[in-house]
Write a protein that binds this ligand. Structure first.
Ligand code: PHE
Length: 345
């Protein structure tokens, strides 16, 4: 009988020795030390022994159980330590690896220009007015002195939603809303930046959606000289010190007189280069004195007050400032283009 105990003990110790993982060891534990395990089985066999042999046999089985338990626990500690070490090894951080870059979005170049223009006019005490892109014919055309069959309507191919509703073709619509709102009270000093829409075929210099910023000043004794001084200040801030501007006669239904404004070429300082096509001047915006009829229609007395207005295309300014040669770049959302405006890369 006692041979059998030795046999069970040896095979248990061998199995413990062979166990490679905690799972293996747990199986060995169940097989030998479990309630229905082999060592417990030896205890059962004790019942069949003669009375006088029982104590010695019992002691031997207990000794066997203790020995197997002790060896098993030791092995368990070893395996646990090895498992922890393996886990630590697997989770090891290499703090010398380069970190992941957090990608920040970039400011869109048109927004950069818009903010630059807003800042410079806020500094001169202008307020910023914003309004709907889906506009009424009334504000976009009628109040701006462009009645229904006026030929000037053809100058701006319009997206109509219904005969009285359209996508605004110029931010002048906002100026009309502001004039109407002022109910004849001066002074008015504001800029209206925003998106506008025209039925143009898109190419390198045309886009059916683009951005404008218009300015409007109405008050007593506002003159063309005020307009010129204001625009010269803007040109210097946008394109660098030393810019001069010149007016050329033009036509807009809502201004009289109307002018086209050129800025002395910032690339060649007026000497003539490929950007200004040798002329030394670059056309940047349209402007003029608010038409007396527009003042009248909006409830102002043109005998008592006058005003100037101007409208600048933000794409044009951005293209000149950043040397961009295709207007479609602003709207195709190509990250390679936008990334060139990332200050943090
Ligand atoms: N509204 C004109 C345009 O879109 C620009 C402009 C604004 C001209 C104000 C004169 C005065 O072309």
């Amino acid at each position: 009988m006692s041979d059998k105990i030795t046999e069970v003990q040896e095979s248990a110790l061998h199995a413990i020795d062979e166990a490679k993982t905690l799972d293996d060891l747990n199986n060995v534990k169940i097989q030998y030390l479990g309630k229905k395990g082999l060592i417990q089985g030896l205890m059962q066999e004790m019942r069949t022994l003669p009375r006088e042999e029982k104590p010695a046999f019992g002691q031997k089985v207990n000794a066997c159980k203790q020995e197997v338990t002790a060896v098993l626990e030791k092995k368990q500690q070893e395996l646990e330590a090895a498992a922890t070490a393996a886990k630590l090894e697997a989770e090891k951080l290499d703090i010398t690896l380069p970190g992941d870059k957090v990608r920040l979005g970039t400011m869109h170049p048109l927004i950069m220009i818009q903010q630059e223009i807003e800042d410079l006019f806020l500094g001169m005490g202008y307020k910023i007015a914003e309004g709907p892109e889906v506009e009424q014919d009334y504000y976009n055309f009628e109040l701006a002195n462009i009645p229904k069959d006026h030929p000037a309507r053809d100058m701006q191919d319009t997206f109509y939603i219904d005969p009285n509703t359209l996508l605004r073709t110029h931010t002048t619509a906002m100026q009309m809303r502001e004039l109407e709102k002022a109910k004849g009270k001066t002074p008015i000093k504001l800029i209206c930046p925003g998106k506008v829409y025209r039925r143009d075929d898109d190419d390198a210099t045309h886009s059916h959606q683009f951005m404008q910023c218009e300015g409007l000043v109405v008050g007593e004794n506002v003159t063309l000289a005020d307009l010129k001084g204001t625009l010269e200040f803007m040109a210097n801030r946008l394109f660098g010190e030393g810019r001069t501007i010149r007016f050329r006669p033009s036509y807009f239904p809502f201004t009289e007189p109307s002018v086209e404004v050129d800025v002395s070429c910032p690339f060649c300082n007026g000497k003539g280069c490929s950007v200004c096509k040798g002329s030394g001047w670059i056309e940047i915006l349209g402007a003029g004195m608010v038409h007396p009829h527009v003042l009248e229609m909006n409830g102002f007395d043109p005998e008592k007050c006058s005003g100037f207005a101007f409208g600048v295309g933000l794409e044009r300014v951005a293209m000149l400032k950043y040397g961009i040669n295709d207007i479609r770049n602003f709207y195709t959302n190509d990250v390679r283009f936008l990334k060139t405006f990332d200050r943090f890369d």
